[in-house]
Write a protein that binds this ligand. Structure first.
Ligand code: NDP
Ligand code: 8X3
Length: 251
């Protein structure tokens, strides 16, 4: 049975992807900070799909926690086939000149350094076994910028650059690296961005049919089912009503 590690599996895209991979028969390592939510996801996956699930609660920003959780995996769990670097967030919508330092730190430390912290532990294991696939959750914000989103966009531009670098660096070790760049997906993302203001978050999707987490999970299913000799470098996936970061038609 294959093993997949998904960061940020307590909600949204990560949770949907965990369910999809469980349905495909993967044993799963699911991670996130919310221990109780992780345990609920774990129970659901075991009950519905009868796969093995290891839930590890840690903050991807905390290098010690990442090392303690992932650097000590037993033989049973250490042979990871698929890593999905999904944990991430946006915080605030401000012009740079008014930006909040704490929001900036959290975005950069989570989206960029968090993914690096996890990759630095898992990638050597994959390279040693000469087999593995890393899927990075980028964003349309990784190739375009928009007003008030400067630091989030910068963090996803970093993810875009890192994905390309990882693919080159691990080419000789037979590691496939893919980036997924969604547009609007209806998850907890906007609630987090607006620091818990659900009304404000709802307005982001006014008059638009956004993507759902399952839409992204379906793309991941397609990617991981492809034959070994094929790698999808990147996929940009948008709601039909959204052309790019700037142009959206609303009903
Ligand atoms: P959610 O808020 O629903 O999920 C985010 C996940 O990331 C949660 O499971 C959360 O877990 C985890 N997470 C956040 N911070 C940390 C941390 N410091 N340590 C560990 N885990 C963390 O949002 P989405 O599902 O939408 O987001 C998933 C990814 O998709 C993100 O990288 C986001 O940037 C990207 N994306 C989202 C889009 C959208 O419109 N929704 C569009 C394009 C990309 P917990 O809180 O338990 O720690
Ligand atoms: C999330 C999509 O457009 O809010 O990455 O930046 S967007």
């Amino acid at each position: 049975m294959k093993i997949a590690l998904i960061t940020g599996a307590t909600s949204g895209i990560g949770e949907a992807t965990a369910e999809t991979l469980a349905r495909l028969g993967y044993n799963l390592i699911i991670t996130g900070r919310r221990t109780q939510k992780l345990l609920e996801v774990k129970s659901k996956l075991i009950e519905l799909y009868h796969v093995k699930v290891l839930s590890l609660s840690f903050d991807v920003r905390n290098r010690n926690e990442v090392e303690e959780s992932l650097g000590t995996l037993t033989d049973e769990w250490g042979k990871i086939d698929l890593l999905i670097n999904n944990a991430g967030l946006a915080l605030g919508l401000d012009h740079i000149q008014n930006g909040n330092f704490d929001d900036w730190d959290r975005m950069i430390d989570t989206n960029v350094k968090g993914a690096l912290n996890v990759t630095r532990i898992i990638a050597p294991m994959m390279c040693a076994q000469k087999r593995g696939h890393i899927i990075n959750m980028g964003s349309i914000a990784g190739v375009q910028v928009y007003e008030n989103g400067g630091v989030y966009c910068a963090s996803k531009h970093a993810m875009h650059a890192l994905t390309q670098s990882m693919r080159i660096d691990m080419l000789k070790d037979n590691i496939k690296v893919t980036e997924i760049r969604p547009g609007m997906v209806d998850t907890e993302f906007s609630i987090v961005r607006f620091h818990g203001d659900k009304e404000k978050a709802k307005k982001v999707y006014n008059g638009v049919q956004p993507l759902q987490s399952d839409d992204i999970a379906n793309v991941i299913e397609w990617i991981v089912k492809l034959p070994e000799h094929i790698n999808i470098n990147d996929v940009e996936i948008m709601p039909s009503q959204q052309a790019d970061a700037h142009y959206t038609v609303r009903n």
